[in-house]
Design a protein around this ligand. Structure first.
Ligand code: RUQ
Ligand code: CUA
Length: 864
């Protein structure tokens, strides 16, 4: 594969695209290209996005899941999807909405007592320090039901949902101030801020827009609802927002799309909203200072209290010099502050221009109190022309912006023209454009909205994919396109169909900034991040009964659930607290009970709870839902629900043939012997690990701790086996001995993994020649017959160089032409033994030399 690719790249890099003789597999590449109809450009694009197995992505992208109410996580440049995070919508795999801990999160998103199990997520945003992305928390809004969720990137789980107390719809969330002081959420469709009825005639008097400032308590990783407040705004249908930074720090900007305050009424014969709301040539960009507003919100005379929430009035904000308006081209969409905070760029949507405001000019006008007038609500209006850096004609339907690492360079999406335009916002010049498929909404460059954009790639979030993919019915997937923006010309690299909702926006971050945990501290409630009061350790498993309430404290570890029988009465309220006792990465168990609509995902160390009313009589298997080990299918138990008012006739235990005492004794001896042999393997591994000082290698140490954990359980079980045997219960003794074996197998399994890891840690590094030799060895298919360190279909090659006089030459000649040796005494005996002949693999001299280097490296590390 490497060879294929390097040939392709050499060729595509401008050297003649013909097959050179040194690149023999080049002809394969050409054949594949021809057969699949691929161009040289396609091959280059593939080389830029393809990730070989095990290679990780440079950037992680968090995408809103649109109407799925979730967040998607994928990698760049591979565009591989890693996860869907349940946010506003239940997500069964993660147990989100099916275990009690996560139900509590979803419940906190109830509005006026109504539980809402869907959301329309739009804008994800990351925590910032000095305007740069941190990578510890993610926020996302729900446009349909004004809410903001907090996702903890320690484990990629939703840990909080807050409900906006005054808005009835929103769009402009979530936008973060440069040090994560506030999460900004702007309303969309104006409505009364209280929850009462008001007629449409009261639109101008009672309907209002607003911006909410959610205070983020960084140390707690939570939004502090009590410390949050809002700003009352005119009913202009506020749209998107952005927070100022650098020289505009402390300010924020929100645009609007219906400063006409048109109220519609198509059914009454009036022109529809779309006509009335786009009548004026301009709408209003709102400019406000959250640092002043935050002070105003401390004093009762500046705010109204609505639904227990402080709303700073328009009047107070105006009086304090904290709120201004500037005309902007009609029905704009995105508003984005440049990385240095100096300029504010607005996508025109119904205007072919992007408009660049200069914050310095705005601030000057504000300081000099030079206003062009006021709006009907008394808010000072600045002169548009005097606030501008300028405008640039980009094309039809400019929507959103994202920035490049190069100063002054910006990328803007054109919805109607289906293009991305690269331009210079300082010199107001268009530089490049590329077609996308089709109708692009947002776009994102890597860390493109932070104060330090990384450039490199752009992602086009296309709304319609029409002909891009295999048809899957009238509801088409949408299309995220990866674009290379590193050069002067943008190049399209990859199309990714999005299988889940309309993802409105994404935010990207360098993968190196994310430091998620691999396991939980034992007993963690993942939704609070704290130790669960219900953590249950080995030996603490129990069932407690209190009237109709039955509480089960259960544990899960490869490969059993304890308890395995749960007996309750019909009508009992059953709560099962589950703790996954595993410490090894990836040893996730799941839990469900047939019929009761519950599910929990238990990653190592997690404690989760399921609850249900056992309202159906019967026998219900429960089981582990993750294929966690070879005995995963055996990881189960029975819930028995009995009607206390019924009399049950016990079916007579059927007579099955039982084993003779001799047969039992023979089985007992056999299992004892197996256990002894298994233990010897374990002891040899343990000796090896100790001799090589495993404790110096944290990853290995983790595995050894886990292995010893399993091993430590044996004495107790062994004692039970011995006791049973002493009592003459041979059958019981056999079963307990099998359990001893289970623990041994688990110990050996993890122990061997630890041994392999350790061997890799302490092996001497391979020379480049040896590495090439290994590659040739693998490609030549040598491993088909030879397994290093083991006799398989061919002899073990460890020490092969030492087995013959002048070993290197012997091996060289043998690989070069094995047939010459078929009559050699030694080789003949080998052929007889393995019933196979070493074939001629037609290796080049260089390849054979490299293989010999590889064999030398094997010998050096033979002790491992
Ligand atoms: S939006 S397609 Cu909801 Cu950000 Cu512009
Ligand atoms: Cu635990 Cu399957």
């Amino acid at each position: 594969m490497n060879k294929l690719l390097s040939c392709g790249i050499v060729a595509a890099a401008g050297l003649a695209f013909t097959v050179s003789s040194a690149c023999a597999s080049g002809s394969d590449l050409q054949a594949i290209m021809k057969a699949r109809g691929l161009t040289e450009k396609d091959i280059l694009a593939a080389a830029k996005t393809y990730q070989p197995s095990g290679k990780k992505d440079d950037y992680i992208v968090f995408s809103s899941g649109g109407q799925s109410g979730q967040v998607m996580v994928y990698g760049v440049p591979s565009m591989r999807i890693y996860k869907y995070i349940g946010v506003f919508t239940p997500e069964p795999w993660q147990g989100y909405g099916y275990d009690e801990e996560s139900k509590a999160i979803l419940k906190s998103g109830a509005i006026r007592g109504k539980q809402i199990t869907w959301g329309d997520t739009h804008h994800p945003a990351l925590t910032e320090k000095n305007g740069e992305y941190v990578g510890d928390y993610l926020f996302i809004n729900d446009k349909a039901n004004p809410r903001i969720a907090v996702i903890n990137l320690h484990d990629f789980e939703t840990t909080q949902i807050v409900v906006n107390p005054i808005m009835k719809s929103e769009h402009g969330g979530s936008f973060i101030t440069p040090n994560s002081e506030y999460v900004i959420e702007a309303a969309q469709y104006a409505a009364p801020l209280d929850n009462g009825y008001h007629s449409m005639d009261e639109y101008e008097a009672v309907f209002r827009g607003a911006v909410t400032f959610w205070k983020f308590d960084y140390p707690k990783g939570k939004i502090d609802e009590k410390a949050s407040f809002s700003l009352e705004l005119p009913p202009y249908w506020q749209d998107l927002s952005d927070a100022g930074k650098g020289e505009s720090f402390g300010w924020a900007f929100t645009n609007s799309i219906n400063s006409e305050m048109y109220t519609g009424g198509i059914e009454k014969g009036l022109p529809p909203f779309e006509a009335g709301a786009s009548r004026n040539d301009t709408d209003y960009l709102h400019v406000y200072n959250w640092q002043i507003l935050e002070k105003l919100a401390q004093d009762k005379k500046n705010y109204m209290e609505i639904n227990g929430h402080r709303v700073v009035t328009i009047d107070a904000a105006v009086k304090a010099g904290a709120l201004f308006l500037i005309p902007e081209p009609k029905s704009p969409h995105g508003v984005d502050v440049t990385p240095d905070g100096r300029y504010i760029v607005i996508g025109g949507k119904l205007d072919t221009h992007a408009t660049v405001y200069d914050f310095k000019k705005i601030k000057n006008l504000i300081d000099k109190k030079e206003f062009a007038g006021t709006d009907p609500y008394g808010i000072p209006v600045l002169d548009m022309a005097k606030s501008l850096q300028g405008q640039v004609e980009l094309g039809l339907g400019p929507l959103h912006n994202s920035f490049d690492e190069k100063d002054g360079i910006i990328y803007t999406s054109l919805y109607v023209d289906s293009q991305i335009v690269k331009w210079d916002y300082k010199n107001l010049k268009v530089l490049d454009r590329i077609n996308v498929h089709y109708n692009i909404g947002h776009l994102d460059t890597m860390e493109g909205k932070s104060s330090k954009p990384k450039g490199k790639y752009a992602i086009a979030l296309d709304k319609l994919s029409i002909d891009r993919f295999n048809p899957v019915g009238p509801l088409h997937p949408q299309n995220h396109q990866l674009i290379d923006i590193a050069g002067a010309k943008m190049e399209l690299l990859y199309d990714m169909p999005i299988p889940l909702g309309e993802p409105h926006d994404v935010v990207s971050i360098a993968a190196s900034k994310l430091k998620p945990a691999t396991t939980y501290t034992m007993g963690t409630n993942s939704r609070t991040g704290k130790e669960s009061p219900f953590v249950t350790l080995a030996g603490q498993e129990r069932v407690e009964r209190n009237g109709k309430n039955v509480t089960v404290y259960a544990t899960m570890i490869r490969s059993h659930i304890n308890p395995e029988h749960i007996e309750v009465n019909k009508g009992d309220n059953v709560t099962i607290h589950l703790t996954n006792l595993e410490r090894a990465q990836d040893e996730t168990h799941g839990f469900t009970v047939d019929l009761y609509n519950i599910h929990a995902s238990l990653e190592p160390g997690k404690t989760a709870t399921v609850n249900f009313v056992a309202d159906e009589e019967g026998v219900f298997p429960y089981y582990c839902t993750e294929f966690c080990s070879a005995l995963h299918l055996e990881m189960m138990g029975y819930l028995l629900v009995k009607d206390p008012n019924k009399k049950y006739e016990s079916a007579k235990a059927s007579k099955l043939k039982t084993l003779s005492p001799e047969a039992l004794k023979a089985e007992y001896d056999k299992v004892i012997a197996t256990n002894k042999a298994t233990d010897e393997v374990i002891q040899s591994v343990v000796t090896y690990l100790k001799e090589k000082h495993y404790e110096k290698y944290p990853k290995v140490k983790e595995l050894v701790t886990d292995a010893l954990d399993q091993y430590g359980k044996i004495p107790e079980v062994k004692a039970k086996a011995d006791e049973a045997y002493k009592k003459g219960d041979v059958n019981g003794a056999i079963l307990w001995e099998y359990q001893v074996w289970q623990y041994m197998v688990k110990t050996a399994d993890v122990g061997l993994r630890a041994k392999n890891n350790l061997a890799k840690e302490i092996a001497t590094p391979m020379s480049p020649a040896a590495a090439k030799g290994e590659e040739a060895y693998l490609k030549g298919g040598c491993n088909g017959c030879h397994v290093i360190g083991q006799v398989s279909s061919g002899p073990d090659l460890t020490g092969v160089l030492l087995r013959h006089e002048n070993g290197e030459k012997w091996v060289f000649d043998f690989i070069k032409d094995p047939a010459k040796f078929y009559n050699d005494e030694y080789v003949k005996s080998m052929i007889d033994f393995f019933n196979l002949r070493m074939p001629n693999q037609h290796m080049s001299d260089q390849e054979i030399k490299d293989i010999i280097e590889y064999l030398k490296w094997i010998d050096e590390n033979a002790g491992m």
